[in-house]
Design a protein around this ligand. Structure first.
Ligand code: BES
Ligand code: MN
Ligand code: ZN
Length: 491
């Protein structure tokens, strides 16, 4: 993780200087000092480049004099509405543009301590890189940027704000690391181990294997796992951060789909692009990252994260289309398509979660359906909920964090599509409304408790660089749910 320091504004005599400039800003502070020290070179360059501080615009000035290697101007947009997202995006733009510099000083006219910390968060998030398996990369080809010093009037206050945001950034990295790992490395047992390692943050972590789940009667989850030589796991992570009266409140509960690889099983997927199914555990990855974030920033809440971890493989022992399994809830399911496996995993984990923990609400995350990508593309995650207040809070948290959600319908008429001729239900409802019938299926396992289902199939992985998310695993859901908790469920 990029090293962050805060300091009172003072001009570096060497190295790189970043100027965050809003529309209409006039040279002052470090900007003015640097311009004077370089005999007006900065002002002239910005004028020639027609840089006016527009949002997302940058202008790099190389070797302007006065010992500076480079000055990078980053536009903040209109100074009136300096939202969290613009500050983070500016932080991200700094990292994207400064790859060759080892360090830089960042200055803006009167950046408040909290705002300085938000710039830091954007920079750190954009600086993520998964390079564990590159053995031949030359030092010259790696990004050099290792640290940023951000100028603010009150460095101590900025540090306090950053300590919390750093915990969140760490949670995002936990999720991105898990989602990026190849599926031969990250099988269910390995993923459970990585959860257990998070006990160092103060989480209590319990793991169940197939034997225990079998005794409980997790027939739906274990039916998916039975085709793989890699055993299933369920991991439960507890964060008990609520003190005083709040500690007696019902816990908030998060549940993740963790299919470490989804071949489709006997209903096998086509070969093209199947490698993407390594990230079919991104819902679980987000839950694990969220729990790390809550612990990392010592959130004043009691939260429980549960993940169902399986590998969906075709083999002589794999489940067949036509099989009927008995879920932990007692309800029977006719498995028409072994590729609709995520809902089978969630069925048992959700029933267990509501029965065991009597939650205030449950939110589950899952890369559940290709159909949600057809409907919403890669802009919004799909939100399904039986609780209007929870749905509104989630939608609002999505707008603030940029991890946007769009509410989709639930209705009895869709539920009819999953009626089975021989069991209580079947696991697919045909092509019409594929994401909705999947949600209807899951709803049958929440026992009427307040619940939301986030279908994140379109959001878990990004094919291109974005402001604070380099291409690859996004960790979508970590910041969204961290913000939900911070806004509504802490002291
Ligand atoms: N993991 C997939 C959904 C998915 C598709 C995630 C593309 C990310 C990108 C899920 O298990 C699946 O295979 N769903 C099927 C359901 C169908 C068989 C009813 C689908 O969407 O095709
Ligand atoms: Mn599938
Ligand atoms: Zn899947």
């Amino acid at each position: 993780m990029l090293d962050i320091a805060f300091a009172k504004p003072s001009l570096p005599l060497s190295g790189a200087l970043v100027l965050l400039i809003a529309e209409g800003d006039k040279p002052s502070g470090l900007w003015k000092q640097a311009d004077e020290a370089t005999q007006g070179a900065i002002g002239r360059a910005l004028e020639v480049a027609e840089f006016k501080g527009g949002k997302g615009k940058t202008c790099a000035i190389l070797a302007p004099g006065a010992g500076l290697s480079r000055v990078l101007a980053v536009g903040l947009g209109k100074s009136g509405d300096l939202k969290q997202a613009s500050l983070e995006a500016a932080g991200g733009a700094i990292v994207a543009a400064l790859g060759r510099e080892p360090t830089a000083t960042v200055a803006a006219g009167g950046l408040k301590p909290g705002q300085a910390a938000e710039v830091a968060l954007g920079a750190v998030l954009r600086g993520y890189r998964f390079d564990r398996y590159r053995t031949k990369e030359k030092a010259d080809d790696k990004p050099k940027l290792a640290s940023l010093t951000i100028a603010t009037s009150d460095p101590a206050k900025a540090n306090t704000a950053w300590a919390k945001l750093k915990g969140v950034a760490n949670g995002v990295f936990v999720a991105r690391d898990l989602v990026s790992e190849p599926p031969n490395v990250l099988n269910p047992a390995e993923m459970a181990k990585r959860c257990e390692a998070l006990s160092e943050l103060g989480l209590t972590v319990e793991t169940m294997g197939p034997e225990e789940m079998g005794k409980l009667g997790f027939g739906a989850l274990l039916g998916v796992a039975q085709g793989s030589v890699n055993e299933a796991r369920m991991v439960v992570m507890h964060w008990n951060g609520a003190g005083g009266k709040k500690s007696k409140d019902k816990p908030v509960v998060f549940v993740g789909k963790g299919v470490t690889f989804d071949t489709g099983g006997i209903s096998i997927k086509p070969a093209g692009g199947m490698e993407d199914m390594k990230w079919d555990m991104a819902g679980a990855g987000a839950v694990i990252g969220l729990m790390a974030a809550l612990a990392g920033r010592k959130a004043k809440v009691n939260a429980i994260g549960l993940v169902g971890l399986v590998e969906n493989m075709p083999s002589g022992s794999a489940q067949r289309p036509g099989d009927v399994v008995t879920s932990y809830s007692g309800q029977t399911i006719e498995v028409i398509n072994t590729d609709a496996e995520g809902r089978l995993v969630l069925a048992d984990v959700l029933w267990y979660a509501q029965e065991k923990y009597d939650p205030k609400f449950m939110v589950n995350l899952a890369t559940l359906t290709g159909a949600i990508i057809i409907g919403l593309g890669h802009e919004y995650g799909g939100l399904f909920s039986n609780d209007d207040e929870l749905a509104k809070r989630l939608t609002d948290a999505g707008e603030t964090t940029g991890e946007k959600l769009w509410r989709m319908p639930l209705h009895d008429n869709y539920d009819k599509q999953i009626k089975s001729d021989i069991a209580d239900m079947k696991n697919v409802g045909g092509r019409p409304g594929g994401s909705i019938t999947a949600a209807q299926f899951i709803q049958r396992f929440v026992n009427g408790k307040p619940w939301a289902h986030l279908d994140i199939a379109g959001m878990a992985w990004s094919g291109k660089d974005a402001a604070t998310t380099p291409k690859g695993a996004t960790a979508y859901g970590v910041r969204l749910l961290d913000h939900l908790v911070a806004e509504h469920y802490e002291g």
